[in-house]
Design a protein around this ligand. Sequence first.
Ligand SMILES: [Fe+2]
Ligand SMILES: [Fe+2]
Length: 238
Amino acid sequence: MDVLQRLDAEVDKFCNSVRFFREPLTVERAKMFVRQHRLNTRYRNSVLKLSVAVNTPDWDTRMGIINASSQELIADHEFGGGKPHWAILEEQGEHIGMSLDDIRSAQPLQTTQLCWLAWEALMKNRHWLEGLMANTCAERSNVPGYGTGLFRELGWFGLERKRWGDLFHLSDDQLVFFSLHEEADIIHSNFGWQTVARDAERLGMADAAVEACRINLYVWQTYIDGIAAAADALEGKP
Ligand SMILES: [Fe+2]
Ligand SMILES: [Fe+2]
């Protein structure tokens, strides 16, 4: 298998493993996703992904990382109507009946904190190609073609757009957080995949890139299923 096929196999395994993907969406899981993912997006893009940019020697690749982070943090003029993704996520929370106070006062769960520490180790002081995998591997799950059924057809956020629409009776323009990523993350993750295809063999980093993809997705699984578990606990479910 070439390096991209190996990366795709890791993403496929991830998409088939995460409980949050496979089990039904609940109101509490959706709300917990808003609270934690707002924090996670801000931390990953203002701290972790920029540490990868710092280590990246190629100027265009470095600027690509900073550009993707600025869309998340500052303003996305390409897909987000000039708003940063975390602000669009706050609006998504309001569309399902959350108050801004609830969203903004949230603290990171224990699992979220542990994942940030894990990513700290995987994104700082690493070869830049391993860091680039850490930046982009989870966005790959928003590209159709991994997992099974509706997930495979729509990608993760395509599936969420459908599930949130059904559960909360939302219109398309109330689901922009998800639809914008269906477009943006094809570009963001292609950036990672194409850079690995171009540079990994040449740098003797193919095995390391695949391993970085695997372990980073394991951290993502811990983060996302941590959200599911915390939400279920609020409802008194074991
Ligand atoms: Fe985003
Ligand atoms: Fe993205």
